[in-house]
Design a protein around this ligand. Structure first.
Ligand code: HEC
Length: 286
């Protein structure tokens, strides 16, 4: 890349990137090349073409997304001008992850690129061009989530051929499934605590309340800053000492509930409580 001093290209790449932002995701991209040289500037008048694809490592299906932490493989097939077959080339990779431009250097690392050709470095040097040269552009984990736009280029003498548009794919955040216990805690905090415990039960199930004498459920009011944790644990204990069914019957006034009927089957409150108890059942088996 010793000869790269073509200033126009950064403007061209800039335009190409804008165009790319507007084009849709493709899984495997065939891209006609563009050519830049110090004497001729940039032109699309070349037979060079590229095919770019991203797959999971060891797999063959082109993808338009992968999950952070997955090993991916990005490959490019380079088809040079016939007269350039056999010539040595340097291969370039630029990953545009708005607003950052990164290029892959010879150590294999992604380093920030300022968009100027003077500072562009190849990641592969002195490879012989073949009629179809397949190169691994990247393999491993892409450490940053977002929509990656991969541009590939190669040199022949003082000319640079490159993809004027990009291969685009998303690297997504890994979705961690919440455990039933975590879901139960969340549901308790968002719904059960305000609409059931504090609204319906605390009248009696509280220190010195009507249920204080005979009941095991003793809740604390919201004036206690730990009420969510304390009341959740209280509920869990009554649940594990009995069963979901037992609690659901009590709130329907069955089993001689000291508080009579508080929630009728099919009401929103009853269904919420039932969902919550289901989560506690699941949590008990996790
Ligand atoms: C009007 C007062 C009153 C209200 C309101 C009330 N309870 Fe009770 N509850 C009692 C009394 C008294 C007992 C103890 C006698 C018995 O076991 O039924 C009791 C007992 C229970 C028991 C048996 C386990 C235990 O804690 O000893 C459950 C389960 C229960 N209540 C659930 C609820 C739930 C859930 C709510 C809110 C939706 C609620 N109760 C609201 C008075 C009430």
């Amino acid at each position: 890349m010793k000869y790269l001093r073509y200033l126009c290209l950064s403007i061209c790449l800039g335009t190409a990137m804008l165009l790319t932002i507007m084009s849709s995701n493709a899984q495997e991209r065939d891209i006609n090349g563009a050519r830049n040289s110090s004497t001729d500037g940039t032109s699309l008048d070349t037979n060079v073409s590229f095919t770019l694809r991203m797959t999971l490592a060891g797999e063959d299906i082109p993808l338009d997304s992968a999950t952070l932490g997955e090993d991916v493989s990005v490959t490019a097939i380079i088809r040079p001008e016939t007269e350039d077959i056999g010539q040595p080339t340097d291969v370039i990779l630029v990953d545009f992850l708005p607003p950052n431009l990164n290029m892959r250097n010879a150590d294999g690392n992604f380093v920030s690129w300022n968009g100027s050709l003077k500072t562009l470095v190849p990641y592969l040097e002195d490879v012989d061009l073949e009629s179809e040269l397949e190169v691994e552009v990247f393999s491993g984990q892409l450490g940053t989530t977002g929509n990656h736009r991969i541009f590939v280029g190669f040199t022949v003498g003082d000319a640079l051929y490159f993809t004027p548009t990009a291969l685009r794919f998303d690297i997504n955040e890994a979705v961690v499934e919440a455990s039933a216990l975590e879901q139960a805690v969340e549901f308790f905090e968002s719904t059960i605590s305000p609409t059931i415990v504090q609204a319906r039960c605390i009248a009696c199930h509280v220190a010195n309340g009507l249920a204080d004498d005979g009941a095991a459920h003793i809740f604390v009011r919201t004036s206690n800053s730990d009420h969510l944790t304390i009341n959740f644990d209280e509920f869990r204990q009554v649940h594990s000492a009995n069963s979901s069914e037992y609690i659901l019957q009590k709130v329907q006034g069955m089993l001689d509930h000291g508080g009579n009927t508080l929630l009728t089957a099919g009401s929103t409150g009853f269904n919420d409580l039932s969902d919550f108890l289901n989560l506690l059942d699941q949590a008990a088996t996790e």
